[in-house]
Design a protein around this ligand. Structure first.
Ligand code: TXA
Ligand code: MG
Length: 336
């Protein structure tokens, strides 16, 4: 595996040329986006796309997101694009919004796990954008982590998880949003939220006021019925439980070595002996909490505790996305 460090204001053209060569040869390139790192392959190269599933240990029934530049012609990927999807793409791309729409026949079925719909997004990150330009082809790219583990927000996370199953890692520093894109589909003039994410529903609706109604897809343990929305996802190896916002974990019977992940000003002195506290940040600055959450989950996961207890934000907006990830990290288990 090769790692290339990129300079935000430098000339990185050699690195992008190398990445385009690897993609052209059917290889896998991990790259930063504004949400998390992605593991990319040429979307029209079935063999390369199959390698993504193998590298992640991802089941074949969990479809991939296709990454494009905002104004690219989507006709080889999508078909019968709903007018409201056009509006979302126009107003909110590039950005952390993935839009699910009918797929084109020319798109290899493996990308969508055989589903009639394809998920597409245009990332807003200097590396992802330059990489797409250099490759000149859409890239299928799930998050660059082992299946069901915490997503990667740094190049080191990718190396830790995937090692030599990746050909090239482009290191563009930590991802700025820190949690994945919001995934939506359209039913008539209604917006159906398949996954809460870095772009809040309020931001979507205020950008596209034609949206008539917003519906959330339920948290669902049945992976076959709703791909990629399994209850266990984004999960540390250490057993993990969610804690209701404002609740006190010491009133539950828990193992000896517990790591509590909570917010500034909570539990400073009053946790049981032997427990430790990891501060996720200030509750009034949830954007910052999102940026650091996965790195903190990963480091607590390696700290030799019996249990991780992660407090929910109890907030709307980005808080809804954070609470979704915390619940899934805990496979749906909430204390109490
Ligand atoms: O921010 C992100 O979305 C990151 C970066 C790398 O772009 N990507 C990411 O990909 O999180 P992944 O594969 O880890 O999550 C993709 C989500 C899954 O929940 C998957 O089931 C859903 O999108 N998805 C993909 N294609 C779909 C489809 N055709 N219909 C419904 N859901 C789909
Ligand atoms: Mg993922």
């Amino acid at each position: 595996m090769q790692i290339l460090e990129l300079e935000p204001r430098g000339d990185n053209s050699d690195a992008y040329a190398e990445a385009a060569r690897v993609i052209g040869a059917g290889g896998l390139v991990a790259f930063p986006t504004e949400t998390v790192y992605g593991l990319g392959a040429n979307v029209f190269d079935e063999h390369a796309v199959r390698r993504i599933f193998a590298a992640k240990g991802r089941p074949p029934d969990d479809p991939l997101i296709v990454h494009v530049r905002p104004r690219w012609d989507l006709t080889r990927i999508a078909d019968d694009v709903p007018p409201l999807a056009e509006r979302l793409m126009k107003e909110l791309w590039p950005g952390p919004l993935t839009v699910v729409m009918p797929r084109a026949a020319s798109l290899p079925a493996i990308v969508t796990s055989g589903l009639p719909d394809v998920a597409i997004r245009a990332p807003h990150h200097w590396v992802a954008e330059a990489l797409l330009d250099a490759c000149g082809t859409p890239l299928a790219a799930p998050s660059a982590n082992r299946f069901s583990y915490v997503s990667a927000t740094t190049a080191q996370h990718v190396v830790d998880d995937l090692g030599d199953s990746v050909d090239l890692v482009l290191d563009g520093g930590p991802s700025s949003a820190g949690i994945e894109s919001t995934v939506v589909k359209l039913e008539g003039n209604d917006l159906v939220v398949l996954r809460h994410g870095a772009l809040s529903v309020d931001e979507i609706v205020s950008a596209v006021p034609e949206i008539a109604d917003v519906r959330a897809a339920a948290l669902d343990a049945d992976a076959a019925a709703s791909p990629g929305r399994m209850l266990k996802h984004y999960s540390p190896a250490t057993p993990t439980m969610a804690l209701g916002a404002g609740d006190d974990p010491s009133r539950y019977e828990l193992p000896d070595r517990v790591c509590v992940l909570s917010y500034t000003g909570r539990f400073a002195d009053d946790l049981p002996a032997g427990w430790s506290l990891e501060v996720l940040g200030d509750r009034s600055e949830l954007d910052q909490v999102a940026r650091d959450l996965y790195a903190k989950l990963r480091s607590c996961d390696r700290s030799g505790h019996d249990l991780l207890v992660v407090e929910l934000t109890g907030s709307a907006g980005i808080g809804a996305a954070l609470d979704d990830r915390i619940r899934r990290a805990a496979s749906g288990a909430v204390l109490g």
